[in-house]
Write a protein that binds this ligand. Structure first.
Ligand code: FES
Length: 141
């Protein structure tokens, strides 16, 4: 049996993230459309509005936000946890399900000062069925 691995990658096209499948040699094989999680949503609270969005299985909160143009989340580093342009505060009810921030993530959050309780990089929070209905507040800069 072959052990060749294909990878799911993303790239920016304009302001949108375009997922695609990459071959073991790094060639783009096909566009990928992740299935939406049935009935799943994520709600982003910005300074002047509340935006509820459908989410796809495995998408990060940053990818959901950028794909839909949520103000205040630009995801400049493409999800590498290196730019801090995707900061959110997770509502208390979902903090445990979202998990703990890694040391690297905490360091990035602290670069802007003392992080608020529940602060996370949206690119490090991957949607799964236990996060259906998650509510986050976008941290404005
Ligand atoms: S997209 Fe750069 S830190 Fe999240």
């Amino acid at each position: 049996m072959s052990s060749r691995k294909y990878f799911l990658k993303t790239q920016f096209i304009g302001d949108n993230i375009a997922p695609f499948v990459s071959s073991p040699a790094g060639n783009r094989v096909m566009p990928y459309e992740a299935p939406l999680i049935s009935g799943a949503s994520a709600t982003f609270i910005t300074e002047d509005r509340t935006i509820e969005l459908d989410v796809a299985d495995g998408e990060t909160l940053m990818e959901v936000a950028v794909r839909n143009g949520v103000p205040g989340i630009t995801g400049d580093c493409g999800g590498g946890g290196a730019c801090g342009t995707c900061q959110v505060v997770i509502a208390e009810a979902w903090r445990e399900a979202a998990g703990e921030a890694s040391d690297l993530e905490i360091a990035m959050l602290e670069a802007d000062g003392e992080p608020q309780p529940g602060a996370r990089l949206a690119c490090q929070v991957q949607m799964a069925s236990n996060l259906r209905g998650i509510v986050v507040t976008v941290v404005s800069h």
